[in-house]
Design a protein around this ligand. Sequence first.
Ligand SMILES: NC(=O)c1ccc[n+]([C@@H]2O[C@H](COP(=O)([O-])OP(=O)(O)OC[C@H]3O[C@@H](n4cnc5c(N)ncnc54)[C@H](OP(=O)(O)O)[C@@H]3O)[C@@H](O)[C@H]2O)c1
Length: 222
Amino acid sequence: MARTALVTGASRGIGASIAEALRGQGVCVLAPPREELDLSSAASIAAYVDHAACRDVDILVNSAGINVLGSLEQISDLDWARMFQVNLTAPRALLQAVAPGMRGRRWGRVVNISSIYALVTRERRVSYSSTKAALLGLTRAAAVELAQHGILVNAVCPGFVETALTRQNNTTEELAEIARSIPLGRLAHVEDIASVVAFLCSEENRYLTGQALVVDGGFTCK
Ligand SMILES: NC(=O)c1ccc[n+]([C@@H]2O[C@H](COP(=O)([O-])OP(=O)(O)OC[C@H]3O[C@@H](n4cnc5c(N)ncnc54)[C@H](OP(=O)(O)O)[C@@H]3O)[C@@H](O)[C@H]2O)c1
C-alpha cells in the first residue's frame, strides 16, 4: 500500500519540490494550504490534527518556515514568539499528532527542514538561528525516543537555495557574492534539497536517524 506523507509549506519553494519528489516515489502527499493548516495558530493545528487523515501519516516533513530579520536590539517579543511558533512549536505539535499512528504501524520517517543558520550564523539572524538550532534539538531528542518504534527522525540543513525567502532577504549583489563563496559555485536548486529529503523518507533509509544533513554546496566547510 502507498505510504502517506504530510508536507508543510508545500505551496512553493523547497516544500513544493519535496512534495513533488515524494509523489514521484508513489507516496500519497497531503499538502494543506495555509487556509487549512495555519502553523502560526495553535487552534488551526489542533483542528487539522483532529482530521482522520492525520492518523494515516507515515512520513512527516516540516518544511514551512519563516525568517523575520532583526538584530538582537531590534527583535520584538511578538516576532520572536511568532517565529518559534511556526519554526519549532508547529513541527513539535505535528510530530506529536502523527507519532502514535507511526508507532502502531512500526514505521515512520520524519524530516525537519532546519538551516545552516542552526550551525553558523550572520547578522540579523538572532531569532531565525535560535529557532533552527532548537529544531535540531527536537530532531535528536525525538529520534532517540522514537527509534524503538521504527521511526527515523532527521533534519536537513540547506545552505542558500534559490527561493522567494532567499530573494526576500538578500540583495542581487549579496546573492552574487554568496554564489562566489560557495565551493560548488552556485546556490542550490530546490530539487537539490528535495532529493536528499526524499531519500531520508524512503525505505532506502534504514539506519540514519537523529542527524542534521548539511546540504550547502560546501559553504560551511570553508
Ligand atoms: N530558501 C533558503 O535558502 C533556505 C535555506 C535554509 C533553510 N530554509 C528553510 O527551508 C524551509 C522552506 O523554505 P523556502 O525557502 O521554501 O520558503 P518559502 O519559499 O518562503 O516558502 C515558505 C512556505 O512556508 C509556508 N508557511 C509560512 N508560514 C506559514 C504558516 N503560518 N502556516 C502555514 N504555512 C506557512 C508558506 O506558505 P504560504 O504560501 O501560505 O505563505 C510556504 O509554503 C523553511 O523552513 C526555511 O527556513 C530555506
